[in-house]
Design a protein around this ligand. Structure first.
Ligand SMILES: Cc1cc2nc3c(=O)[nH]c(=O)nc-3n(C[C@H](O)[C@H](O)[C@H](O)COP(=O)(O)O)c2cc1C
Length: 405
């Protein structure tokens, strides 16, 4: 962004040409710095130390070089070293374990039930698959149009179209059971009883490795108030599902709240194994003739690169108030995005909207994360987690995001 020269005039702007006040004006030419300053990571890019041997260490000193982008063609020897790097992560250490071979997952609603991508992607190389939102009964979804592009993202209002939990189990359960990659079933409902019943039916089904609660759904019993924006409702639905199933339990936060921290804490206290953050941001598009909203459902969920700073902020805040694992979601399109989320305290990352443009991206990101570790002399990616968090956590604010315009 180029700096511009601009004339700044101080004094009373209302004075006329012949006014005696005119002399009070003080024209000044100043250099105005661009308001938009892109992050420049070039100074800290990896792989610019020719001949340097990889150091193998796991302390924080190994991550002095915190920015990273990799463009990396491994040699044969490096390839062997890459295979030795441990990217595994357990998302439910307290509850029987939900061990993933790597921390790159695919986000609910953007990868179907996994089987649809079998021809295009080696799904076994994903960390895990979060399948499309599943409800107790089949749902036809919202009226069209259901999606539209936005700058840096998209709006969707699919409306949880799905065949219902029994059909999902019947259709996909046996395929999932034959896969090494864990499948996490994303569960939605309109009441606590809905969520509990879906969880109960999934419990013990071979091929179902865990549950992710999509609590960004209207709670019909509470006048349509979303579970995710009400601390007590979030706590109640998490606790009820926890009692109903032995499966590892992730609960997915909505960004559409003033302060997500009390909600995250309530979810942890209610027994969730991990937190996923974030779901889409509530948004709207206008029809071309401007006589109505564009989407059939009026509102849609914004996703894609446009929401990454919001997701980063929420992960950063939540990481300081809970101790269960955080799985970050929101606008991931590159290894830099993955590293940013890890730095803010996430232990794993889901890729969503970017899959529509590049279905192989999640698998590639796992490879690139391995390459980052190798170049930094790390045996695991763990030292990359939480490096951007404040060294000492202050008392959590009651006001929400610490942003003052
Ligand atoms: C078309 C579409 C459908 C989605 N369906 C679901 C869903 O069924 N359940 C859910 O929890 N999240 C759903 N999401 C939200 C994503 O899982 C993810 O949280 C969000 O898109 C942000 O990540 P992204 O910016 O990488 O896409 C959906 C997103 C999109 C774009």
């Amino acid at each position: 962004m180029k700096a511009k020269k601009q004339v700044i005039i101080f004094g009373d702007m209302r004075v006329g040409k012949d006014s005696p006040n005119r002399s009070k004006r003080t024209p000044t030419v100043r250099k105005i710095k661009s308001a938009i300053v892109p992050i420049d990571r070039s100074a800290v890019r990896l792989g610019h130390q020719p001949g340097a041997r990889p150091r193998v260490e796991t302390g924080s000193a190994a991550v002095a070089d915190l920015g990273a982008s990799v463009s990396f063609e491994p040699t044969l020897a490096e390839r062997e070293s890459l295979d030795r790097i441990d990217l595994s992560v357990d998302l439910a250490p307290e509850h029987g374990g939900l061990r993933l071979a790597n921390p790159i997952l695919v986000a609910s609603g953007t990868f179907g039930y996994g089987v649809e991508y079998g021809e295009v992607v080696d799904v076994q190389r994903l960390g895990a698959i979060c399948c499309k939102g599943t409800t107790l009964r089949p749902r036809a979804g919202n009226p069209p149009p259901r999606v539209t592009e936005t700058p840096g993202g998209m709006l969707n209002s699919i409306g949880l179209q799905n065949p219902g939990v029994d059909a999902v189990i019947e259709k996909y359960g046996s395929v999932w059971a034959s896969w090494a990659v864990p499948v996490i079933v994303n569960v939605a409902g309109e009441s606590i009883e809905d969520y509990v019943e879906v969880a109960r039916r999934l419990d013990g089904v071979p091929g179902v490795a865990g549950i992710e609660l999509n609590i960004s759904c209207p709670n019909v019993g509470k006048g349509g108030l979303q579970f995710a924006i009400d601390r007590d409702a979030a706590r109640a639905v998490t606790a009820a599902v926890r009692r109903a199933t032995q499966l590892p339990l992730l609960v997915k936060l909505s960004p559409n709240v003033a302060d997500v921290r009390p909600i995250a804490r309530a979810i942890e206290e209610a027994g969730a194994d991990a937190i996923s953050a974030i779901n889409t941001l509530s948004g709207l598009a206008v029809a071309p003739d401007r006589t109505r909203a564009f989407l059939g459902n009026t509102y849609g969920g914004l996703s894609g690169p446009a929401i990454k700073p919001v997701a980063l902020r929420i992960v950063y805040e939540v990481a300081q108030v809970v101790s269960i694992p955080i799985v970050a979601i929101g606008g991931v399109t590159s290894i830099d995005d993955v590293l940013d989320f890890l730095a803010c305290g996430a232990v794993a990352v889901q890729v969503g909207t970017a899959i529509f443009a590049d279905p192989e991206l999640p698998v590639r990101l796992a490879d690139e994360l391995r390459a980052v570790c190798l170049r930094r002399g790390l045996e695991t990616y763990r030292p990359l987690v939480g490096t951007a968090l404040p060294k000492r956590t202050g008392a959590p604010s009651a006001k929400g995001a610490e942003y003052r315009p």
